[in-house]
Design a protein around this ligand. Structure first.
Ligand SMILES: *Cc1c(COP(=O)(O)O)cnc(C)c1O
Length: 359
């Protein structure tokens, strides 16, 4: 029996995708070997890789003038790759600081250039929120503006895409494919796969072509977007299995009706969980309504001393990985694309029962 998995990452994958991968594990499409045992340069594997890219382009409506790269090293290696590729001659960038991931990104960038940090976190009536863009001091000569669209640990998400005439660089690790976005508003989008795409070990980068030719000369070629683009993300051996499995997730998403349909489902899940928390005296969410994440829902218990018991009983009820990040504590339910509405309903039922027994 499969439990409901609310892990922030590596996160739940659609059961149908895992079943397909299982069926194909030993003998991929009658070829007598597993996809993991194939050369990444073979005709069969290249077709799998290209299909994954084509399906992602369809799902996100990615224009021709953007390259899609399937890389390694996680979103965290992009924290270095982005400044090394994009800082250019001005050697200056704006970073919007809203939480732990955007902070990690800006700390890495500070090793390479002049980073203007915009402190965009605030509190409104005791709830965490993101400040209005009109209060930000953006630089006139920044090579790009970086932000983390959804702060996975804090559970705080931008209500709008920031406006800028500079290339906008977005960490979409925990929100990619959860809602429709207009790719043309971005210079670069990146995401570690293990939240909303596929298994760990793969990192997606979607980058506008005109940004490819300003890398620092000392950049490792593995990190250089133009080299990776020229080599179809195969400067070296890519993460072949994660790429294949992500392709199966893209096929699954298309079968669900694409990103608009999955967004509707995500909104229904978020509404159910936040609605229950708001109506309860026993649970609370620390984020202002406009900036609540639809993917990562942190919540606290009125009696924090019951946290351990809550987690243990949840697990006994097949509701897994509800502990908040070690740096913030409390609880967190990550309700990515692959977590079904029934899972969120089961969580709410359990939370309600727990509250009644312990109020
Ligand atoms: C998980 C996460 C990261 C880090 O991803 P790795 O692949 O572990 O490097 C960065 N940014 C955000 C928003 C994340 O959720």
């Amino acid at each position: 029996m499969r439990a409901y998995n609310f892990c922030a990452g590596p996160a739940a994958l659609p059961t149908a995708v895992l079943e397909k991968a299982q069926a194909e594990m030993l003998d991929w499409q009658g070829k007598g070997l597993s996809i993991m045992e194939m050369s990444h340069r073979s005709k069969d594997y290249v077709a799998v890789a290209e299909k994954a890219e084509a399906d992602l382009r369809k799902l996100m409506n990615i224009p021709e003038n953007y390259k899609v790269l399937f890389l390694q090293g996680g979103a965290s290696l992009q924290f270095s790759a982005i400044p090394l590729n994009l800082l250019g001659k001005n050697n200056k960038a704006d970073y919007i600081h809203t939480g732990i991931w955007s902070e990690k990104a800006l700390k890495e960038a500070q090793r390479y250039g002049d980073i203007n940090v915009i402190e965009a976190g605030t509190t409104i009536d005791g709830k965490l929120a993101i400040t209005d863009q009109s209060t930000w001091n953006l630089s006139a000569d920044a090579a790009y503006v970086h932000y983390a669209e959804n702060e996975t640990i804090g559970g705080i998400q931008f209500a709008n895409i920031p406006e800028t005439d500079k290339p906008l660089v977005a960490d979409l690790s925990s929100s990619i494919l959860s809602a429709p976005i207009d790719v043309t508003k971005f210079g670069l989008i990146y995401a570690g796969a293990q939240k909303n795409i596929g298994p760990a070990g793969l990192t997606l980068v979607i980058v506008r072509e005109d940004l490819l030719d300003q890398a620092k000369p000392e950049i490792p070629s593995i990190l250089k977007y133009s080299d990776q683009a020229k080599n179809d993300s195969m400067v070296n051996t890519p993460s072949t299995y994660a790429w294949y499995l992500s392709g199966l997730v893209f096929e699954w998403l298309l079968e669900q009706g694409g990103v608009e349909a999955i967004h509707k489902a995500n909104m229904a899940k978020a509404k159910l969980l936040y609605g229950y928390i708001d109506a309860s005296d026993f649970y609370a969410n620390p984020i202002a309504k406009a900036n609540r994440s639809i993917m990562n829902v942190p919540f606290t218990l009125a009696k924090p001393e019951l946290e351990k018991q809550f987690l243990q009983e949840a697990e006994e009820n097949n509701l897994l990985n509800l502990a908040g990040h070690r740096s913030v504590g409390g609880m967190r339910a990550s309700i990515y694309n692959a977590v079904p509405l029934e899972g969120v309903q089961a969580l709410v039922n359990f939370m309600d029962d727990f509250a009644k027994r312990n109020a």
